[in-house]
Design a protein around this ligand. Sequence first.
Ligand code: ATP
Ligand code: MG
Length: 559
Amino acid sequence: MEEVSKTAAEEPRKRNFLEEIIENDIREGKVGSIMTRFPPEPNGYLHLGHAKSICLNFGLAEQYGGKTNLRYDDTNPTKEDTEYVDSIKEDIKWLGFHWDKELYASDYFDQLYEWAEQLIQRGLAYVDDQTQEEIRLGRGTVDKPGTESPWRNRSVEENLRLFREMKAGKYAEGEKVLRAKIDMAHPNMMFRDPLLYRIKFAHHHRTGDKWCIYPMYDYTHGQCDSIEHITHSICTLEFDVHRPLYDWFIETLGIFPSHQYEFARLNLTYTLMSKRKLLELVQKGLVAGWDDPRMPTLCGVRRRGYTPEALRMFCEKIGVSKRDQLMDIQLLEWCVRQDLNARSNRYMVVQDPVKVTIVNYPEGQVEWFDCPLNPAEPEGATRRVPFSRELWIERADFMEDAPKKFFRLKPDGEVRLKYTYIIKCEEVIKDADGRITELRCTYDPATRPGGDGAWRSVKGTIHWVSTAHAKEIELRNYDRLFTLADMSQVPEDKDYKDFLNPESLVPGTGLAEPALLEDASGIAVQFERTGYYFKDPDSTPEKAVFNKTTALKDSYKPE
Ligand code: ATP
Ligand code: MG
């Protein structure tokens, strides 16, 4: 019997640095109630990295009696789409989290615009006519201060007029930008007159054609946090250089003091998590879509049969760190197995069949065995499994010249057919090419479990399916999407697509016991002795399709 171990989530663990910060802030009275936000850009589907961010933002708020807003960071109208907006909500709900308010950075465009005029009035922002390239060159380098734009000292009146004209659509894209006037020699390059607004004649998925100027990320994010009274704005490490600027806008505008904290992005072996690259795989048809079960997207792993419980367990296990980490995908698979092992229903499916005839079993007779759906609950629900004279077993479960340690079926050897009788192989039938076509066996009626005969045991137990009752199903056996463990190490002369695993999808068929097709658990099931499989939406009444979620066992053990 399989051991059902305690889930990792139940084990106590050390506080992470974010929990320490929050507890300290509460203790010192720096914050009232905790408010966090999850800020996706609706330019793609969420992936496993986002799941980590979601678990953190929603998890911390839940833990400390606070709330979390879902805020779309939609300042880049050309790449955004309502398809993505909807999928993001679905994925968060699937993970089991609930947001307080659904908000959009675009909800604040009026307020952001007003603040921009305020900065102009205070001599802290100006309209720059330089080209993108001139601005880039003028920024200087880490060792070399930048040079001031020739337009830097325009009067407040001129700046106001030009900015309003920008808003009114008088200028073409790239002709003018609004910049903050801070310090072109600042050691933090972010402070060298950062861009606040650019012109973009693009239709926005929410504001339509109202705006032709759009605020930049740095000018937007902190103020949105502040408007929503976000106490702890948690983001990934690459934003730490942005933090001083985040603080500068909030202090300069004198608004609610939100604070930003950074944690390490999640990277996983044998996959990658950049929306841009995932989008390319979809657009080039290299995968079947965003929800291809090989994709690291949440809709992909959902279709594969990963459960929200497993993902949350995984996020809990990996913890939060301040240093970039490449996590072993085997840990995620381990979490999936932990969860499914405890909860999933069991069925027998033969994938590479060879026929067994039980010569002393009456022809036409069928016995229905009541078998537990989950061995962890022997008194729990059962399924009915038909037994008859002709059965399928796995070809690999028979061996003609078997070594001593082979405890499955062999000539003159005995094995138990799971849940039923012990059988003995009496005769091996082969075709002209020497390939085994049939195994003639006898069964021992006294070995019926729960029967009157004295119980006797044999070393091996194998799964089987009655040929007359077997249902043919389609299998999609999935493996890793890429062959390279660390996808950040793609050599310069190669492309990440060169590392796509040609065997990431191996199609197959299975012969299943009939109860499998009646399964209503809604989660992946276990094909006994093989792996976990999840029914795919491509299934039809004629043909069920099952995706391989993960293999049953692995030598992997988390530390
Ligand atoms: P990508 O590079 O895949 O496009 P992104 O950071 O641009 O990701 P956003 O939609 O802006 O994607 O991300 C929403 C939130 O999720 C942000 O707070 C971001 O920091 C976080 N996030 C994104 N990727 C990861 C990751 N791999 N690990 C942890 N958090 C992530
Ligand atoms: Mg982003």
